[in-house]
Design a protein around this ligand. Structure first.
Ligand code: KG4
Ligand code: ZN
Length: 336
């Protein structure tokens, strides 16, 4: 079973080939650069870029992997959540290609892709596990008991952690995407003397909130002139506050659920400070920590091809539905 995966939910065009027996055969990504000038993703530009890049990217992927279209057994594409126009580009191509080849097309939930991405690695987590999903659009803790069985234990009431990185980077004049820019700047800074909140950590529960933290950073940034050393110190303080908050909630969730495996997924999972902090926490608790390689933390086609392969191999059939869902709660998913 050889599955082509297509990811177009935001500003990355990702494609991959996943083979049920041989594993990941190939993957390719085109990251749109035009949005940096606007300090965030411009939906219309994203859709147009996907239209231009998707087909050549698939052609090159198949060529490099020496795979011909008739070799494919199915096509998996991201059906949501995400930018409606961007999702439609991937869905339209996946559905028409699958129709032409008379093979199934299957719409995958973007967050299911992220949750399963660590299973693409050699040291793959088995079900069940606790997952921290931290991306630009979502921050949540989920109990993952099997493919399609996800119980959300807590999520953000407002901004996602990645959004806090992105918006704060804009305030600090550090560019887009904010996560990598903040962590690069933080290496030259110190958080000593900068008090930023660790939201909702002083009360029980597993919910998150990052919009107040972003406002606190804005106040701290306007209190003094923003030279490069102040920029680095504020970046460091923000990263520490986000990492601290995520680590406190992960520890709490591990203690509450008794899970012995913790999976980190989503773009913010590429953050090295978060990884080392969680390594320390999980070691203390005797919990095994898993995460994908940094390239599979952020959006990619491999996670979609993999999720599609699991679902098709488990007997899920093509629903024939063409629609995409800009909003799609993870809790609505069910096993194949
Ligand atoms: O998963 P992803 O690629 O897209 C969504 O599904 O949202 O996540 C993108 C987010 C952005 O907010 C970006 O700033 C953040 O992940 N990010 C990082 C790092 N790399 C990407 N945040 C912190 N540290 C990083 N190294
Ligand atoms: Zn994502």
């Amino acid at each position: 079973m050889l599955i082509l995966g297509i990811e177009t939910s935001c500003d990355d065009t990702g494609v991959a080939l996943y083979d049920r027996d041989q594993g990941l055969r190939a993957h390719a990504l085109y990251s749109q650069l035009g949005h940096a000038a606007f300090g965030g993703v411009v939906p219309e530009l994203a859709s147009r870029d996907h239209i231009q890049k998707l087909l050549p990217l698939i052609d090159a992927l198949l060529h490099d992997a020496q795979v011909a279209l008739p070799d494919l057994s199915g096509i998996a594409y991201t059906a949501g959540p995400g930018l409606a126009g961007a999702l439609l580009v991937g869905a339209a191509l996946a559905r028409s290609l699958a129709f032409g080849l008379a093979i199934p097309a299957i719409g995958i939930h973007h967050l299911e892709g992220h949750l399963l991405a660590p299973q693409l690695e050699t040291d793959a987590p088995e079900f069940p596990f606790l997952a921290l999903l931290v991306s630009g659009g979502h921050t949540l803790l989920a109990d993952v008991s099997a493919l399609g069985r996800y119980t959300i234990l807590g999520e953000s009431r407002d901004d996602a952690a990645g959004e806090a990185f992105d918006k704060s980077a804009k305030v600090l004049g550090l560019g887009y995407p904010g996560g990598p820019a903040i962590s690069a700047a933080a290496e030259h800074g110190s958080d000593v003397g900068i008090a930023l909140p660790r939201p909702l950590t002083d009360r029980p529960g597993l919910e998150f909130s990052f919009s107040g933290l972003k406002t606190a950073l804005l106040h701290a940034a306007s209190a003094q002139p923003l030279d490069s050393s102040r920029q680095a110190n504020l970046a460091c303080a923000l990263q520490e506050a986000i990492v601290d908050t995520l680590a406190i909630k992960c520890r709490r969730a591990l203690l509450v659920t008794g899970h012995k495996r913790l999976v980190i997924a989503g773009g913010v999972g590429a953050n090295q400070r978060l990884r080392s902090r969680l390594a320390q926490e999980t070691q203390e608790l005797g919990v095994a920590l898993y995460y994908p390689r940094p390239a599979f933390c952020t959006d990619n086609g491999a996670m979609i091809a993999y999720a599609g392969c699991l679902r098709l191999a488990a007997g899920q059939t093509d629903s024939g539905e063409f629609g995409v869902r800009a909003r799609w709660p993870l809790s609505e998913l069910s096993p194949p």
